[in-house]
Every structure is written in C-alpha cells, then in structure tokens.
Design a protein around this ligand. Structure first.
Ligand code: 5GP
Ligand code: ZN
Length: 111
C-alpha cells in the first residue's frame, strides 16, 4: 500500500529501529513507547487488521508468533510481556496495517 506507514518502514523508506527481520515480518521499536519496552511485530503482508485473516495469513501470523519464543532474550522481554492487538479506530487503532504490540519491562496494570 502506497500510503501505509508500516509498508514504508518495511521497504526502508521510513527509518525505524529494526530489532529483527525475516521473510514474513519485521520487529521494530515503537516510536512512542507506552511501556519501558514497546515493540511492534509487523507481518510484511499489508492487511488492515486481525479481522482480515484468511487461512494463509493466519498460518503466517502463527509462524511469527512461534518465532517470538526464540527472540525473547534479544528483544529484552524474557521476564514477561503483554501482547496487544487493536482492531478499529474505536479500539485505538491508528495504523491500518496489522501489527502486534509487545509491551514489557514495567509492571502492567490489570484489566
Ligand atoms: P495502533 O494505535 O494502530 O494500535 O498502533 C500504532 C503504533 O505505531 C503506535 O503505538 C505508534 O506509536 C506507532 N507508530 C506510528 N508511526 C510510527 C513510526 O513511524 N515508526 C514507529 N517505529 N512506530 C510508529
Ligand atoms: Zn501496509
């Protein structure tokens, strides 16, 4: 998508602190952290949100999540982390390219 910030970051047209990359995803540091560690896992395929999953996208996303296990040390989240996915503006979504927030490093408030 031409006007998508995350597609531009994936293509390297907008700089980011890239912590990990493979053929399916990038993991970058959030530009406006809401926790001591605030990272974004972004599948490379552009689709708006979690409701746009099909079989292939779900399988790709599962692969990305599986990789998170092995990345905990590198990302500095091995003591614990919270995953957040916003779907829709009313839930706080501002970038309409699916991404998973990974929050860690400070005590999270309960729900
Ligand atoms: P959302 O609100 O859509 O769930 O999350 C979007 C996230 O992307 C926000 O936490 C915001 O700080 C982050 N973000 C927006 N623009 C950029 C950017 O250009 N670079 C990085 N690294 N993060 C961004
Ligand atoms: Zn995109």
């Amino acid at each position: 998508m031409d006007d998508c910030i995350f597609c531009k970051i994936i293509k390297g047209e907008i700089p980011s602190e890239r912590l990990y990359e493979d053929e399916k995803m990038i993991v970058i540091r959030d530009i406006s952290p809401k926790a001591k560690v605030h990272i974004l896992m972004i599948p490379k395929e552009h689709y708006a949100d979690i409701t746009c999953l099909d079989e292939k996208r779900a399988a790709d996303l599962a692969e990305c999540l599986l990789k998170l296990n092995g990345l905990q040390e590198r990302l500095g989240i091995s003591k614990g982390f919270r995953l957040v996915v916003n779907r829709g503006a009313s839930a706080g979504q501002t970038v309409f390219h699916l991404h998973i927030h990974i929050l860690s490093g400070s005590k999270m408030p309960g729900f």
